[in-house]
Write a protein that binds this ligand. Structure first.
Ligand SMILES: [Fe+2]
Length: 293
């Protein structure tokens, strides 16, 4: 089993660049193999009037990012004209990220559902958090309250740091290696558990066996100090002006440091993948030997 995930890098490409069919295939292959696509020259332009937003004081303290979910802006202290200008900046990134996905990943374009767009003006490290919320520990993304039944989480990130500071990740071993390590000790869901969680409105919709396993993998990996320290991993640095993409439900990642980042989340049905058999769902079902949704 390989111990490194692929990283495909294209220099000189921006949000509106044209891509060949060969580029499209290479990008989709890297992502679906659990790797990263990195575009070091794909900068999101922050206007002179928007520079002031690169400051954690715009966070209202309820969470670590300012988010756009449809027309609403959340998590910010900005009001009035400030709120409108901040909204416009984040919405512009949503548009740029979507047009990048349309051009770079045209097979996905008609299937993706745009979810949250967020702006993170706080530093990636330096907050005292519980181990479960500590994203400096390697993990795959899984949402406790929103079961996705195997649907993919595609994320587009851009480092917008104005003072030259890289965003630094650790990228871990391939998903299958991580899952083989932890899945055997994860208990199946209890009978009635999914219905109970939905009835109590802990989850929006029914949690599947897949969602249950993904949450447990997220927790197992984060909680395991030895795994965090000694499992296969490498540092990946994203300089300011770099945009990168990955399926964050598949790439073992940890955000070690950096400040000021834009992020777009997109959901993609399994049917839109070139290789659904490489997805986390297919991998977990192979390991478990039975369907999980
Ligand atoms: Fe994450």
């Amino acid at each position: 089993m390989t111990t490194e995930v692929p990283i495909e890098t294209w220099r000189g490409r921006g949000f509106a660049s044209a891509w060949s069919a060969e580029d499209n295939a290479r990008a989709a292959a890297a992502l679906e193999d659990g790797g990263l696509v990195v575009l070091p020259d794909c900068a999101f332009a922050i206007g002179p009037d928007e520079r002031r937003f690169l400051d954690p004081r715009w966070l209202d303290g309820s969470r670590k990012n300012i988010g756009l979910d449809g027309e609403r802006i959340g998590g910010s202290t900005a009001r009035g004209d400030d709120a409108r200008a901040l909204h416009a900046m984040i919405a512009r990134f949503a548009g740029e990220a979507s047009s990048l996905v349309e051009r770079l990943l045209p097979d996905y374009a008609s299937h993706v559902r745009r979810a949250r767009t967020s702006f993170r003006p706080a530093t990636a490290s330096g907050r005292a958090l519980s181990w479960r919320k500590d994203d400096t520990r390697m993990h795959v993304d899984a949402f406790p309250s929103r079961p996705n039944r195997g649907e993919r989480i595609l994320r587009v990130f851009c480092n917008v740091n104005p003072s030259g500071e890289d965003r630094v990740w650790r990228v871990g071993e391939p998903f299958a290696a991580m899952a083989s390590r932890f899945l055997p000790s994860i208990r199946p869901m209890r009978p009635g558990e999914a219905a109970l969680l939905a009835a109590l409105q802990v989850t929006k919709g029914r949690r599947s066996e897949y969602d249950h396993a993904m949450l447990a993998l997220h927790d197992r990996a984060k909680r395991d100090e030895e795994y965090q320290r000694a499992s296969p991993q490498r540092e990946v640095r994203f300089a300011p002006g770099t945009t990168w993409l990955c399926f964050s439900d598949q790439v073992m990642h940890a955000a070690m440091s950096g400040q000021h980042m834009m992020e777009q989340t997109l959901h993609l049905p399994l049917a839109a993948l070139r290789h659904p058999e490489r997805s986390p769902l297919a991998t977990l079902e192979r390991l478990r030997g039975r369907p999980m949704v």
